[in-house]
Design a binder for this molecule. Structure first.
Ligand SMILES: NC(=O)c1ccc[n+]([C@@H]2O[C@H](COP(=O)([O-])OP(=O)(O)OC[C@H]3O[C@@H](n4cnc5c(N)ncnc54)[C@H](OP(=O)(O)O)[C@@H]3O)[C@@H](O)[C@H]2O)c1
Ligand SMILES: *[C@@H]1O[C@H](CO)[C@@H](O)[C@H](O)[C@H]1NC(C)=O
Ligand SMILES: *[C@@H]1O[C@H](CO)[C@@H](O)[C@H](O)[C@H]1NC(C)=O
Length: 288
């Protein structure tokens, strides 16, 4: 083995050991009685986050559009150990809804420790068709409503030394095909919230911001969208949800799930010019 190889090899072993013995800073008890407002809570990863917060004994306000489904999630949260659970149906494509939802949560819980922003409008996994109206609508649901919810909740989060948790995607770090509008909304989240994190630090704010970068997760919506179109395995939603909940509780700046996405994103930035070709090889498409 060449000296360089030896050094790389040794570094790899040391890095492995550090990861293995790293003391987990997550204290589950810290979530007991925590007041959480969770969006996109009726299905997928949001629903799984609701169950994790419930098991840790949090007080939760759930929101999404479908009332009947929210009711069911609420009931399951109560059986799992949530101290209090409320829900409010709201459609985040309407600019008046975010403020209303935050006011509801403040009235029910008396304050907030976590604002978890997770909802998304229906994603079209297809080539760009020129539908600008759809892009505008998706920007409202996936981005502007996040900004509005945050603005309404920041004062109460300052009071509680609270946390803002923003769920994004690898498509918000690396541009991927078939996701023009979705990718744009996720890049926008990174720009806005990473800038806001600087400003909060400069102001010695009490509020933390956790941006979560997820790969393909096995939610119904994602599997239906990508079936036959990508050569990637989806990771379990319950595990993704737990990674997000822990990241928020430990006030991490960024969470990558699966963990190796961090390496993928670093490689993307550092890698040679054929990176686009490598990425496209994971997609099933026929050129005309
Ligand atoms: N699944 C993946 O592969 C994957 C990968 C990377 C990142 N992510 C991110 O993870 C988060 C959750 O994704 P998911 O796969 O769990 O999504 P999902 O299963 O489609 O769930 C979306 C949630 O948002 C709600 N919602 C939809 N339209 C809404 C609207 N107009 N107003 C308010 N709420 C609305 C839905 O409930 P209603 O229908 O009841 O409104 C549902 O609770 C998203 O931020 C997504 O970008 C997911
Ligand atoms: C931070 O929290 C403390 C209470 O823990 C509060 O007195 C203070 O005003 C908060 N800081 C800001 C910038 O609001
Ligand atoms: C690729 O897509 C075509 C249709 O466009 C489909 O018939 C085929 O089964 C797909 N291949 C894989 C491996 O999913």
């Amino acid at each position: 083995m060449k000296p360089v190889g030896k050094v790389l090899y040794a570094t790899g072993i040391v890095a492995g050991l550090v990861v293995f013995f790293w003391e987990d800073p997550f204290i589950p008890e810290s979530l007991s009685g925590a007041r959480v407002l969770l969006t996109g809570a009726s299905a997928g990863i949001g629903e799984q986050m609701a169950y994790h917060y419930a098991r840790f004994g949090a007080e939760i306000v759930l929101t999404a559009r479908r009332e009947a489904v929210l009711q069911k999630v609420m009931e399951k949260c109560l059986t799992l150990g949530a101290k209090k659970v409320f829900y409010i149906p709201a459609d985040m494509s309407f600019p008046s809804e975010p403020e209303k939802v935050v006011q509801f949560a403040l009235q029910k819980l008396g304050g907030l420790d976590y604002l978890v922003l997770n909802h998304i409008g229906r994603t079209r996994f297809q080539m760009w068709t020129g539908d600008v109206e759809y892009t505008r609508w998706l920007m409202q649901v996936n981005f502007f409503s996040y900004v509005e919810l945050t603005t309404a909740a920041l004062p109460t989060l300052e009071q509680s030394r609270g946390s803002l948790v923003v769920v994004s995607s690898v498509a918000g770090k690396i541009p991927t095909p078939f996701t023009t509008s979705y990718s744009a909304t996720k890049f926008a989240l990174d720009g806005f919230f990473s800038s806001l994190r600087h400003e909060l630090t400069m102001q010695k704010s009490n509020v933390s911001i956790t941006l979560c970068i997820l790969g393909l997760i096995d939610t119904e919506a994602a599997l239906e969208n990508t079936r036959g179109k990508v050569h990637l395995r989806a990771a379990p939603a319950a595990e993704a949800a737990l990674a997000i909940v822990r990241g928020g509780a430990t006030r991490a700046h960024e969470v990558f799930y699966p963990w190796w996405l961090h390496q993928v994103c670093c490689l993307w930035v550092l890698s040679p010019s054929n990176r686009g070709q490598v990425l496209r090889s994971y997609y099933n498409y026929s050129s005309p």
